[in-house]
Design a protein around this ligand. Structure first.
Ligand code: HEM
Length: 520
């Protein structure tokens, strides 16, 4: 800014985006004070055309979210051993640093302003800005998932979202899909229990769901699952409590997180891992890579490896919470993928949707940019502002290799993890599906009130479905646990005898109150 501008313009003076002072923000330029308006009115055109573009496409899933900044600290050990025995990732081996994080919590199915009381899994996505670049752990509150093959994901999501004709949410569409997707029985059991409505974001767990890998200095890999345990404790809601809350506040979870952080009551989670030797584990009655399965704690204990604290609210919702972009492909040295098919399908989907949703240079935005120096020959595209070149890079050399200058390949920080794979290319289910065993076990492990809620919520949702769908779901629940199936069947029989639903009741009540006045 030159001296003259400094003199004329203090920092709180309104300008347009070209830096011109705005002297009248109340009246458009018109011929006379009654119009017509003129087209050369740059300030107005700039203001309104930017407004017209204020929204980007919302996330196709997980559109409703809340976020916060914080830090992660590693304890440096796992089950009493140095953590470096298992992983060489500096975010875990370096106990001297606090790694900055940004977390986004979300609901899944409905749009950006949908109620936060809905029965839905909750997203729990963490971006670690590590000294080796970004690591994203994109998980949910529940520790398992509906499906194990990524090809099914778009159909599953379509069936959960509103009808494309009426735009109405309809449990019949959801159960039409689920009754033919038996691997979803375990997730459905959690979702329709009180675990399907966490009381808020602070009192909920998080889980990476998939088996990932940790790789040590020697290139040896082990399978790991990640879980976040809230220091605040866990709290879930019964349906009637959620209904009551929703009638008073449909953004209670965002509000709860924001207000807690504003008043210095910082939420914390401890990170736990479960570890399994890499391999197929034929001794288990499930496949360790199957994301519809839990690894039971008594067999695969949870080991505490670090702690996360959220201590700063975003300064701008759009710039940070809306534009943040997480992906399962975003790993650092010492962390690796497993062969979980769902995980591999996800890994394409995230950066693909973000190039569309945010733009091809989404990684240049402050919320997504690594905190370490970035130097790449990838440049151009919309909104490139060319900060990604190497500091001392010869600007003429935007390729590699080069004898003239330019960026050089990095040294490999440790031995590569090189798992051996072979097999025929095929389209086939995994062999150890065991779709119902753990779902039945989960049903039996619930408390009485959780089981009662599960049955009542399932009966409520299934009672609007046609008989064929009800019968298939009852058959699935019966295969999980005989009592589970029987109770849903009995509930449906009772609901059939009492067909008046809540909506009819509400309409009847309104009619009884008579017509409103018409004072206009
Ligand atoms: C968001 C795809 C399974 C957790 C998303 C988004 C897509 C997507 C396209 C929107 C991303 C964006 O616009 O930035 C898929 C596919 C899946 C899958 C194709 C399976 C094949 C899962 C699973 C989990 C999960 C198993 C949990 C472990 C999340 C979370 C978000 C998300 C937390 C929101 C991230 C944020 O807050 O920005 N998913 N997803 N997804 N997904 Fe998935």
């Amino acid at each position: 800014m030159n001296e003259q501008n400094e003199h004329n313009q203090s920092e709180d003076i309104l300008t347009n985006r070209q830096g011109h002072p705005v002297t009248d923000n109340q009246n458009v330029r018109t011929v006379g004070n009654r119009g017509p308006t003129t087209l050369e009115n740059y300030d107005f055109l700039e203001k309104i055309s930017h407004f017209d573009r204020e929204r980007i496409p919302e996330r196709v899933v997980h559109a409703r979210g809340a976020g916060a900044h914080g830090y992660f600290e590693s304890y440096g050990t796992v089950n009493g051993e140095p953590i470096s025995n298992y992983t060489r990732a500096k975010v875990f081996t370096n106990t001297e640093v606090q790694t900055p994080v940004f977390v986004r919590f979300s609901t899944v199915v409905h749009g950006g302003h949908s109620p936060e009381t809905l029965r839905d899994p909750r997203g729990f996505a963490v971006k670690f800005y590590t000294e080796d670049g970004n690591w994203d752990l994109v998980g949910n509150n529940l520790k398992i998932f509906f499906i194990r093959d990524p090809l099914k994901f778009p159909d599953m999501v379509h069936s959960f979202k509103p009808d494309p004709v009426t735009n109405l949410s309809d449990p019949e569409r959801m159960f039409d899909f689920l009754c033919q997707t038996p691997e979803s029985a375990h997730m459905v059991t959690f979702l329709f229990s009180p675990w399907g409505i966490p009381a808020n974001y602070r009192e909920m767990q998080g889980s990476g769901v998939h088996a990932y890998k940790w790789v040590n200095e020697e290139g040896k890999g082990v399978l790991v699952k990640y879980h976040w345990e809230p220091v605040q404790g866990i709290k879930n809601l019964a349906q009637k409590d959620a209904d009551k809350l929703q009638s008073m506040n449909f953004n209670h979870a965002t509000q709860d997180l924001y207000e807690a952080i504003e008043k210095g009551d910082y939420p914390e989670w401890e990170l736990y891992v479960q570890i399994m030797e890499d391999g197929e584990h034929p001794e288990l009655d499930f496949d360790p890579l199957d994301p519809t399965k839990l690894w039971y704690k008594d067999q695969y204990p949870w080991h505490k490896v670090g702690k996360m604290v959220l201590n700063k609210n975003p300064e701008n919702y759009f710039a940070e919470v809306e534009q943040v972009a997480f992906g399962t492909g975003v790993l650092v040295d010492g962390l690796d993928f497993s062969d979980d098919k769902l995980l591999q399908g996800r890994t394409f989907s995230y950066s693909d949707t973000q190039r569309y949703r945010v733009g091809s240079n989404y990684l240049q935005l402050p919320i997504n940019k690594p905190k370490k120096h970035v130097a790449t020959n990838q440049s151009g595209g919309q909104m490139d502002y060319r900060t990604d070149f190497g500091k001392d890079q010869n600007p003429h050399v935007n390729y590699e290799p080069s004898l003239i200058g330019g960026l050089k390949e990095a040294k490999n920080p440790g031995k590569e993890h090189e798992p051996y794979v072979e097999g025929n290319l095929k389209r086939e289910k995994i062999s150890r599906e065991n779709n119902f065993g753990q779902a039945g076990e989960t049903y039996r492990r619930f408390n009485d009130w959780e089981r009662d809620e599960l049955i009542s919520n399932l009966v409520g949702a299934l009672s609007v479905c046609r008989k064929e769908i009800q019968d298939r779901m009852v058959d699935i629940f019966t295969q999980c646990d005989e009592e589970y199936g029987r109770r849903v069947a009995e509930g449906l029989k009772m609901a059939g005898n009492n067909s008046e639903n809540k909506m009819d009741e509400a309409v009847k009540q309104a009619e009884e109150m008579g017509h409103p006045s018409d004072p206009y």
